[in-house]
Design a protein around this ligand. Structure first.
Ligand code: UD1
Ligand code: UDP
Length: 364
């Protein structure tokens, strides 16, 4: 059974690593790896292949950045030719980025089976580009592989048959657990001059937070206050880096002596920073999950989350973009007044095994 595994953006690489490693051992699956080129900077792409020992992609579409419609169209056109040439039996897509949806649409039109890892998560916020990608992908997927029971419920509510849904757990946590020795060897705390539990870690890249200057200013004003109490490390995503060129934002940032901006980090260095920080302040999907597994307090700079289990069982709270609320939450964490949380069911490092078993059983 020939399966094309699709990746395009940073979180996809982290999710595909354990799947590729396990799939290569399957006696019945011939795995192919395709990189759409949605992310292309070395620190957003190549570095993860090296660190996580992901095989070099067999096929690269090199689509680059553009508006969503143009990027999706370019991926679809190029992937259409790939499918004609390779004639796969199935494709496996992860997460909710444009590459996930674009390749799924091509496969569905050609009658090629689709496997979606991380199916069923919903923010119920259609202004989020990823929510559209999730809904479209799941609507045409043959094997829906959700990470948690809330995602199973969403899929059932949308009318999917139980025979297509298999709860497999959270694939990102396989990589987190497999990488612990390398993560704990990282010397990034010394490199950045921060001490265990004495810094906050920030990431921001959601268009709703960083593309709108007024909103971004509200968030930065909260960081300005927090960095007076403890250093703030902020690896800057390329989308955010561009926006920070705005003179008003630049001067806000330049006035913060406790703020340490850096380029996006590799998986091991970043993992070490999550494991060692006092708190995470983020709008990332994956980092809400990782902080829950590390038991690190997480303030999410969003009004909603497609990962509600990190709120109900984990260490996550939603602060939105309200300056005072973000500061209040950070103070609560500094004062030790935060929930402890637990690791959700099946976030156990064995999700890739369950995924491959499921494919072998249901598609083979
Ligand atoms: C994408 C995903 C988002 C995911 C994020 C992970 C969609 C709709 N969005 O958002 O779900 O959380 O990746 O990081 O698929 N850029 C570079 N170098 C790169 C990649 C991007 O400079 O290697 C810049 C370009 O200016 C580009 C911008 O970042 O226009 C945004 O990139 P894009 O892939 O469109 O969206 P992300 O914000 O990265
Ligand atoms: N990450 C990383 N380096 C960074 C920031 C994030 O390796 O500088 C990792 C992080 O540990 C997580 C993943 O990237 O595994 C999250 O990706 P991102 O926040 O880009 O996307 P999202 O999860 O929001 O889709």
């Amino acid at each position: 059974m020939k399966i094309i595994n699709i990746v395009g953006a940073r979180p996809n690489f982290i999710k595909i690593a354990p799947i590729m490693h396990r799939m290569r051992k399957s006696p019945v699956i011939e795995p192919i790896l395709l990189h759409t080129g949605q992310h292309y900077d070395i620190e957003m792409s190549k570095r993860f292949f090296e660190e996580l020992n992901i095989p070099t992609p067999d096929i690269s579409l090199e689509v680059g950045s553009d508006t969503h419609a143009k990027q999706v169209a370019r991926i679809m056109e190029r992937f259409d030719d790939v499918c004609d040439r390779e004639k796969p039996d199935g494709i496996l897509v992860v997460g909710d980025v444009n590459s996930t949806m674009a390749c799924s649409l091509v496969a569905a039109k050609k009658g090629i089976k689709i496997i979606h890892v991380e199916a069923g998560i919903r923010s119920f916020d259609r202004e989020m580009p990823e929510e559209i990608n999730r809904m479209v992908t799941d609507a045409i997927t043959d094997l829906l592989l959700p990470p948690s029971r809330d995602a199973v419920e969403n899929l059932l509510h949308e009318g999917h048959s139980t025979s297509k849904i298999h709860l497999v757990g959270n694939i990102m946590i396989d990589t987190l657990m497999d990488s612990q020795p390398s993560i704990m060897k990282s010397e990034i705390l010394q490199v950045l001059g921060v001490e265990e539990r004495k810094y906050a870690l920030v990431t921001l890249h959601r268009p709703s937070n960083v593309d709108d200057i007024t909103t971004f200013k509200r968030i930065l004003k909260a960081l300005a206050k927090i960095q007076e109490r403890l250093p703030v490390v902020f690896p800057v995503h390329p989308r955010t880096r561009k926006i920070l060129e705005n003179p008003e934002l630049k001067s806000l940032v330049n006035n913060m002596t406790g703020l340490k901006l850096c380029d996006p980090l590799g998986y091991f260095d970043f993992g070490r920073l999550v494991a060692g920080c006092r708190m995470v302040i983020t709008d990332s999907g994956g980092i809400q999950e990782e902080s829950t597994v590390y038991g690190i307090p997480c303030i999410t700079i969003r009004e909603n989350t497609e990962r509600p289990i990190t709120l109900s069982e984990g260490t996550n709270e939603l602060a939105g973009t309200d300056t005072a609320k973000i500061i209040r939450f950070a103070e609560q964490i500094i004062e030790g007044k935060w929930k402890t949380g637990k690791i959700p069911e099946l976030w156990d490092g064995h999700t890739a095994e369950r995924i491959i078993e499921c494919i072998e059983k249901h598609l083979w």
